[in-house]
Structures are given as structure tokens and as C-alpha cells.
Design a protein around this ligand. Sequence first.
Ligand SMILES: *[C@@H]1O[C@H](CO)[C@@H](O)[C@H](O)[C@H]1NC(C)=O
Ligand SMILES: *[C@@H]1O[C@H](CO)[C@@H](O)[C@H](O)[C@H]1NC(C)=O
Length: 497
Amino acid sequence: MIPLALLLSAAPVLSSALDFSTPADSSKSQSPSLVTRGEGFIRSPLNVLPNPSPPKLIKGRQNEVTIQNQFTGTRYGVDIEVGTPGQKLTLILDTGSPDTWVNPTCDTANVPDDCRQFPAYDWRKSSSLNATRVTDILVYGKGNATIQYVRESVKIGGATVKKQVIGVAIESHDIPMGILGLSPPLRGVNEYPYILDTMKDQKLINSRAFSMDLRTVDSPEGALIFGGVDSGKYIGSLAKLPMLARNETPRGADRYYVTMTGVGLTYPDGLVERSQELEVPVFLDSGGTLSRLPRPIYQAFASSFSDTQYDPSSGFYFLDCDVADLEGSIDFYFGNKMISVPFNDFIWHVQGYCVLGVLPDDDGEPVLGDTFLRAAYVVFDQDNRNLHLAQAANCGSNIVAISTGADAVPSMTGRCTAPPPRPTSGNNNLDVTAERGPTATFTGIGPTGVDIGPGPVATRVSGTGPLGIVPTGQSGAGAIRIKWWTIVTAGIVSLLI
Ligand SMILES: *[C@@H]1O[C@H](CO)[C@@H](O)[C@H](O)[C@H]1NC(C)=O
Ligand SMILES: *[C@@H]1O[C@H](CO)[C@@H](O)[C@H](O)[C@H]1NC(C)=O
């Protein structure tokens, strides 16, 4: 993991240091781990976090390259500071839920030791804490958290968001890290201003939009850019895809849903197979380690690889780790845009196993998780309800701020060039209509995941009640009601607020 101190001690770089109008030359391109704050955008590095347990070799045929991969590519962390003075924390980046909260309960995390290596927020040491009496239970695809809301200063990528409402966990289960939630309000209306809303209100960014670049499993250099787009991180055009309206999504939750129109594979020998035209709503979820797709698609992918072994208890398809080294890809189509995910990025390397990066979607919420997002550059534009997608690459940095209005996201062509095409031949024979069974069954004990899956929607239970946190020196008598918030004044005026 990249040391926290290294990332957070870098001084903010002002916009004058970046020339947006002329092509960046290499002397001006940003070091990938630099925290950057420019006019109208905030850049924050993303860390690829290690797998929760040390890898154990279980079978032969593993090589050193594979072992390297086992440490990477399962979770994406964002370093932030909370409170005054700032306390450094690492949160999981989640585009599938809107709430940001800290301090998971490590004793009841599925991977307690992993959880304990991350620092926790100590509210007693912050002068900018403003606690509320509101509590909430957030239920995720995997795990849940009972939180108390507070207003705090949150520093991300060199910018300080003041009085941001975040949760502090009183108790959580099966979640090893706090969560930075960046989805729209799932039920269509804000329950309170989320981080993107506050960034816009406080004029740190012009539009509620951010871009995400997870990078490949072998590269720890991803970034999140609030209010900006980096054309040095993708190939060709950004395809503008409308987000599905809330009532068009499978379960009525407003998430980053778009329509996927086909899937396919490019085999190492150059054969390109494609499905017939599809119309599958899928949402882009950085909190999902794997993708979850309709069963026929999942089975079609699995049966396209030889020697897969199906694990009935987890639904995983295990495959030979050598496959990850082959030149081939899993392809996703969105109208005219194709995003191809190299085998190496689509395969989840975990605890000595190689798992095909897809599970069946049995909850009716198809997800493209990290196994897809590693290959895509994505701009999430909440204000205009569009997602912009391109094939991710890395050829320097040229960050342009997103302005306001319908065409706020600049339609810049990516500066990276595609590798020369390999000779290919194609057909439309990938059958994703038939259900088919596995040919071989896995009989070992599979890995433990850290997938948090889609965040709270209908299951959220809110309440006000006695709390874990009461700021020192306050009696509660001075409580005032603002909307549905009951604010407990801390009695300490911070210089930052
Ligand atoms: C949270 O998860 C734990 C462990 O799975 C479970 O016992 C508890 O009932 C869950 N709480 C809620 C509110 O879902
Ligand atoms: C806490 O929030 C309330 C309501 O916004 C405000 O009146 C009060 O001054 C705040 N206290 C501090 C210490 O910032």
C-alpha cells in the first residue's frame, strides 16, 4: 500500500500550475500520486488495497507473476482526512451507495485483522465535530452498519469540504473499511447533502460530476477527479450514455444505470465472438469486486474458457491462473462503444486462486463492478444524468474542469492511442440465451471476499435515539431542530467552519 503520509503531505497545486488550453508536455504532467487541487476540480489518488489475507498457494502451476497479482486489484481506497486537525483515514470508494461513513467495527468485520490495519476517526480529538442525534442503519449487498450522523470537515484531494454530513459507525458487520459513497440519492430525493452536493454548494466544483480511473490490477495509480476529466487517461471518444431514470431501473433505485447492448470475447488467437443485440440495464459499482450479470451471460463467459471449475457454494468459476497471461479480452458493448477488459483484469486474483470476475445476478440488479471498471474511464455526471465511457489507458495527464450546463462534460478525445490491432475474425455466435451447466465442480474451500455490493435502498431504517457520540461539555439542552436533523451544538467553534 502507498504510505498515507506520502500522499497526503503533498502540497496542493494551484490551477495556475496547469495549462488547460494547450497540450500538456511531459514536464507539466502530474505525478500520479500527487494530490491536486485545480480551478474547479479536485484530484484524489486511488489506492489499490491489498487482499485481506496473505496468499496461500494451493495448487501447482502458479508462477511468480501470479503471486504478485494476488496482492492487488480487489478494492479501491481513497485517502481522506476527517476533523480538525485532520485525521487520515482510508475509505472504500463506492459508486453504488450515497452515504459516507467511517469507523467499521473490526471485531465483527469478516476480516478483522485487515480492518484493524486502518486508522479510525477519534471524534474526541476534533474541534470541528458537530454531532446530530440522527442514527441510521445502512444495509449493503454484503454487511451493514448502524451509524450516527455528524457534521465534519472532510479533506479530499487537497480540498476541504466543510460541515459535511458523514456517519460514524456505532456498530457494523462484515465491512472492513469505512465507505465513501458517491451514488445519487437512491430514492430520487436527497436525505441530506451528500459529498458531491456539498462540494458543488461550496463551489469546489461546478457540477455534481466526477471521473474515475481505477487502472489495471498491476497498477496502483488510479485517480478520482471531482469536477474534472483527464484526457490523458483514455483512448478515443467518451461515449455519452443516458442514465436510466429511476423508474426504468430493475428495482426502482436511482443508481448509475446504463443500457448494455451486447457482450463478447476476443480469444487469444484473434477470434472475436459477439452476442446478439441485448438490452440489459447494468449499473456501475466500484464497491462491487466482481460483476454480476444475468445467468446466461455468466454461463456463456464461463464456458468459453476451458478447464473452469464451478464452486456451487460461492458461484465462482475457478480457472487456471495462466489464462490471465493470455492475450484476450471480455468485451462489453454500449451502442457503438466497446470496452474490452483484458483477461488479466477480468480475472480476480485472490488468496492463491484465480476466479472469473463475474457472478450470476440473482437479485435482479445487474452490476458491472471492478472487473469491468478497471478497463473503463468513466465520467459520472449526476447533474445531467449521463455517464461517459471510454477505454482506459495511461499517457500522461491533462485535466480539464467540468463546467455547468448540459454540455458541461467536455467532449475531448482521449490523448492515448490504441495498440495496433491484432488480426481478428468475427462472428455473432456467443450464445447468451441458453442456460447451461458447469462441466466440472470445484471441491476446495474458496476465498473470502470483500465485496460490499450495492448499498442501501429499501432496507434503510432511520431513527433518532440515544447515541454513541455526545461531544464533551455539552448537555443536550441546547439542541435545535433543523429540518429533520436534531443538531447538538458542540460549543466549540472551529476556525475552519
Ligand atoms: C447486520 O448483519 C448482522 C450479521 O450478518 C446481522 O446479524 C444483523 O441482523 C444485521 N442487521 C441488520 C439491521 O440487517
Ligand atoms: C453545529 O451546527 C449547528 C447547525 O448547523 C450550528 O448552529 C452550530 O453553530 C454548529 N456548531 C459548531 C461548533 O460548528
